[in-house]
Ligand binder design. Structure first.
Ligand code: GBH
Length: 475
């Protein structure tokens, strides 16, 4: 059935931008070179290699610290308008906070990368935080400690000062849900803290405040001089009702989106957590014997500060799930607070990642949901992708998925008037896939992790994406 699909016939609007994405820990390597300090991922995976399925780590990864010129060549030939990458906090501030010296070698690395991108007319879109917290700050409690807000704002200010003369697009955070809920509640990502129903909320409360404070700081101290934009990336799945005609399942699908996506977007766009989260977590916390809600509360000052703290909304979309209410979860936990069971039917085409099945329509549904809930803010798709687990130079399924998702983007723009401003797949390269190690491949470019110089070979999807960028249409 792969060949028979018809993609949308529209052309991408004139000002629609194309990019591609990576993140520092997943590609750079050189974990202890150039004066870099230790991040939680360096530290934890060196402590315990069993945290990763193939017992690998990002010590070398794609070696982009040394081979970034090849990355720039690949980006140039691809023809992208922008490159979304992240800065390694400990390459700039090896000890994290205010009392550490700026590491000149780290600054030099990013200066060269930025200058070479700009020379090729590729705009840098920099993610300030893509999960690699300095270990010294984790030693003080990490995102559970509200003093980290100050440290983050200091780090962000340092980046604006160092690079903001040339970098005009910043993304404060990548995916609060992943580093907070999975990192501090489930214990499945660094710092591998297990505190169900508690840790994730505390982490994200502090991280949302850090986001808002950094946004306001840029607005006050840099915006008039540097003229850039500050956005944030939230990961979004779409949820359809398990039984389409069931009103209960329809309610469950909306509740899932409120909890998984509204958790972060409601504060940033509307000023506070979704009412249903505030209510349910309060009631359940009381039942469970807590004195106050496990979900921290924003003060009215904080609400004013955080409301509207974005110039664009970054969206990472990979897959859709089917939802139904359930109370069959251990307590306390985010899952029982949310009260929704999600699954994916066997009949949807599987990728090598157990959480991604072929479901491009959910991207359009989510874009429409965003438009309706938040009055059509500018949305930049900052990730979207498909995983293989073996050599995939002829990656037809990835091509099929990216086309499918882009087709839904076109429909969202032309048939639903959604304000989608650009699109960047995950990822330029096969990367170190966190706890999946090197077993999952998302790249449009293959990386030979056996070769000393991490040889890069473009896949078929790279050429397909290149054609889309130059023709501005799907084929
Ligand atoms: C992105 O996160 C990251 O930003 C990026 O660094 C990473 O390399 C890329 O994905 C590919 O993995 O519903 O229980 O099955 C995506 C995080 C993790 C979000 C899995 C959805 C589904 C869990 N995704 N999650 S479940």
């Amino acid at each position: 059935h792969l060949a028979s699909t018809q993609w949308s016939n529209y052309s991408f609007p004139k000002d629609f931008i194309f990019g591609i994405t990576t993140s520092a820990y997943q590609i750079e390597g050189a974990w202890s070179e150039g004066g870099k300090g230790l991040s939680i991922w360096d530290y934890d995976l060196h402590q315990n290699s069993s945290l990763v399925v193939d017992k690998t780590n990002g010590d070398i990864a794609c070696n982009s610290y040394h081979r970034w010129k090849e990355d720039v060549e690949l980006l140039k030939h691809l023809g992208v308008n922008f490159y979304r990458f992240s800065i390694s906090w400990t390459r700039i501030l090896p000890l994290g906070g205010k009392d550490t010296k700026i590491n000149d070698e780290g600054v030099k690395y990013y200066n060269e990368l930025i200058d070479n991108l700009l020379a090729e007319e590729i705009l840098p879109y920099i993610t300030i935080y893509h999960w690699d917290l300095p270990q010294v700050l984790q030693d003080k409690g990490g995102w559970l400690n509200e003093t980290l807000i100050e440290d983050y704002v200091f780090y962000a200010r340092t980046l604006f000062q160092l690079f903001g003369d040339r970098v005009k697009h910043w993304i404060t955070f990548n995916e609060f849900f992943q580093f907070c809920e999975v990192g501090y509640s489930d214990g499945q990502r660094a710092p591998f803290v297990s505190s169900p129903g508690v840790g994730g909320y505390q982490c994200s409360h502090n991280a949302l405040l850090a986001h808002g404070r950094a946004y306001r700081m840029y607005e006050k101290e840099f915006k008039s001089i540097q003229g850039g934009n500050v956005g944030v990336t939230v990961d979004g799945s779409w949820c359809d009702p398990l039984t389409p005609t069931s009103e209960s399942d329809q309610g469950a699908a909306e509740q899932f989106t409120q909890f998984n996506y509204g958790w972060f977007t409601y504060p940033i766009l509307l000023g506070n957590y979704p009412p249903i989260m505030i209510d349910r977590i309060y009631v359940l916390s009381k039942q469970q014997g807590y004195e106050s809600s496990r979900l921290p509360a924003f003060t009215s000052e904080e609400i004013k500060m955080i409301k509207g703290s974005y110039d664009f909304l970054g969206l990472n979309y990979y897959s859709t799930y089917l939802c139904t209410f359930s109370d069959n979860f251990s307590q306390p936990s985010f899952e029982s607070d949310c009260g929704v069971l999600s699954s994916q039917p066997e009949s949807w085409e599987p990728s090598a990642a157990d959480w991604i099945k072929y479901s491009p329509w959910g991207l359009r549904e989510l874009l429409v949901w965003i438009k309706e809930h938040f009055n059509n803010p500018p949305v930049l798709i900052t990730e979207n992708g498909w995983a293989y687990n073996s050599l995939d130079l002829d990656d037809t399924e990835r091509i099929h998925y990216l086309n499918g998702c882009l087709s839904e983007v076109l429909k969202a723009i032309y048939e639903k008037e959604c304000n989608v401003i650009g699109y960047a797949p995950w990822s330029l390269l096969d990367t170190f896939e966190w706890t999946m190690g090197y077993t999952l491949k998302f790249g449009l470019v293959h990386v030979d992790f056996e070769s000393a110089n991490r040889t890069r070979i473009p896949k078929r999807s790279y050429n397909m994406f290149r054609n889309i960028i130059s023709s501005r249409r799907l084929e």
